[in-house]
Design a protein around this ligand. Structure first.
Ligand SMILES: [Zn+2]
Length: 245
């Protein structure tokens, strides 16, 4: 059976002398495919089957095995390869989406989110930590763990100081917060609501002052990692680079 699809290469495993197994995030699920001879320089599929390449594919499927017959690059996000922190962040995105995606899942929104974040990562329109926060928050929502950021989950209070609980996925007011979770200044709360609740094509249409970015980043990372209940090696690597800068 032949399948035509587009997809983003989110993982590559080297195998044999010149072969690769690639994990492709397609709109219709995560596909693992054998890319025979794809590491040979003469192979026409070489570029299009590399990590972080968004390509169109002709795949053949027999039983449960997919093989890449041909691949054509659509977008290669080449800029990421020249910047170690951007590349590390992109690899974290890949590990995160892989963790939440499976074969036969509807991955169209996850794919769209990831492609958008990679595109913005290639420009300087948004600061890296902000793109990371947008990615983490929205991916957590897509995965089914949308936080409740409307009012205090304890008493319904809509005003005053708020603290976010990554475990409960909600905000508490000053009176109800059992411990001082992550403080959410109102600008940060508004930004988080925007990222979680706005229609997809509006996600990137907001501004947040630089001084507020660390609060949003702390909240989104803690929330994402807590809800995923998983340790992401690529995240630890990205954060270790931040400490060195
Ligand atoms: Zn309260």
């Amino acid at each position: 059976m032949m399948i035509k699809t587009t997809g983003l290469i989110i993982r590559e495993y080297l195998t044999g002398e010149n072969d690769r197994i690639v994990a492709i995030l397609t709109p219709n699920g995560l596909v693992r495919a054998f890319a025979k001879g794809s590491r040979k320089l003469s192979n026409s599929n070489l570029g299009a089957t590399q990590l972080l390449c968004f390509s169109s594919f002709d795949l053949s499927k027999s039983k449960d095995t997919y093989t890449v017959c041909s691949a054509k690059a659509i977008e290669i996000f080449f800029e990421l390869r020249n910047n170690i922190t951007k590349l590390a962040l992109a690899q974290y995105f890949c590990e995160a989406v892989k963790y939440f995606s499976d074969e036969d899942d509807d991955c169209s929104e996850v794919l769209r989110l990831t492609l958008n974040c990679l595109k913005f990562l290639c420009t300087d329109k948004f600061k890296e930590p902000l793109i990371k926060a947008i990615f983490e928050l929205r991916l957590t929502c897509i995965a089914g763990y949308t936080p409740d950021l409307s009012c205090c989950v304890g008493c319904g209070n809509e005003d005053g100081r708020f603290f976010f609980s990554p475990i409960d996925g909600g905000i508490y007011c000053n009176n109800c917060a059992p411990v001082r979770y992550i403080e959410m200044p109102s600008a940060v709360l508004l930004a988080a609501r925007h990222i979680c609740y706005s229609p997809f094509d509006r996600i990137f249409s907001f501004k947040l002052e630089d001084k507020h970015i660390p609060s949003l980043t702390k909240m989104s990372e803690k929330f994402f990692v807590t809800q995923a209940d998983h340790k992401f090696g690529t995240l630890e690597f990205y954060n270790s680079l931040q400490e060195k800068i």
